[in-house]
Design a binder for this molecule. Sequence first.
Ligand code: CAA
Length: 384
Amino acid sequence: MSFKLTEEQLMIQSMVRDLARSEFAPKAMERDKTKEFPADNLKKLGELGLMGMMIPPEYGGSGADTVSYVLALAEVAYACASTAVVMSVHNSIVCESILRYGTDDQKEKYLKQMATGEMIGAFALTEPNAGSDPSRQTTKAVLEGDSYVLNGTKRFTTTGKNAGIIIVTAKTDEEARHKGISAFLIKQGTPGLKAGPLEDKMGLRASDTVDLIIEDCRIPAANRLGNEGDGFLIAMTGLDGGRIGIAAQSVGVAKAAFDAAVQYSREREQFGQSISKFQGLRWMIADMATEIEAARLMMLSAAEMKDNGENYTLQASMAKLYASEMVNRITPKAIQIHGGYGFTKEYPVERYYRDARVFTIYEGTSEIQRIVISNQILKDKRTP
Ligand code: CAA
């Protein structure tokens, strides 16, 4: 299967590759140590139109297709996975949900600032007792006059501290299951919204992941996104796009680990020759390259289906499942090829290994992807 990229898609990929490898990659190792939020990288991405890639030009965005977006995201992940996850949640989930469900006023108010990267978006669905099963969330939103008052706690919110705008889901009807969930746009700094301490994570250490403590947080009713009861649908459709983004992050980190392993295998000599001459390593390299290519094609195919307006839930979950598990096979192999050096912080492969670990967990675990995939197959009566 081949995938023919257009001149424009190739141009975007090459521009982002140059930027990410020259400016983001050199700072990634230090950032992993200090946990410094990549505000500088995000500013640069904003200046180049990469924070509003799929936002139409009327709202200040680049109006690019999803294929271009995943190519760009994979390049950012290759250089700095912490920057990539912020870019991914912002573009795939938050901008896209506002674009899909927002009123003209909300689009005008938020998308223009989001497209320049001035305002970063976060998405708060998960709660301490509702991760894989978000329909059991307990954060509540009560309508009082022309405001909603929200109470609850959200967990593991990517960019929850540094985002300017957060999509928060909450129950507006406690009796109804998923149909009782609504979505709200809450600006950072709104009284009653507080970010908890940064999680001390194994990887993606420069991206902030926090609890959001929501206590009597009053927001205008006009900040509801979509209709009451649309929150679960908004989250699921947002996650469909988000999951292609995780596939792109996986492909980017896998390629970085692979390139490092290939380079090291060429340079390292043992038994009087380059270790790349040994069949044991050559087969590893062949398998790694094959798996990365398979994931890349699945990512592009899901993105193209989205661009064509087709239902791509199945393909997004398949791409996320395969790519995230693939990178978790590639990064340990890259460490193995580096031998003892791969286990040290002198080489980037140990960071790739740590950064990739969450890819099979966030935006739906591998187990959840298998539920989505089997549900999609079994509900399609055309499947024999
Ligand atoms: N598109 C449109 N509609 C969808 C949909 C989709 N992808 N998925 C489900 N729906 C609809 C269904 O059609 C159904 O609609 P009706 O009621 O009208 O029939 C409704 O939603 C409920 O569907 P299910 O009964 O299948 O729902 P469920 O409660 O059994 O859950 C699930 C399904 C797939 C397990 C879902 O709960 C899920 O995806 N869970 C994982 C959540 C997740 O990914 N969390 C990660 C949060 S974000 C994060 O990781 C942090 C970050 O910022 C990076």
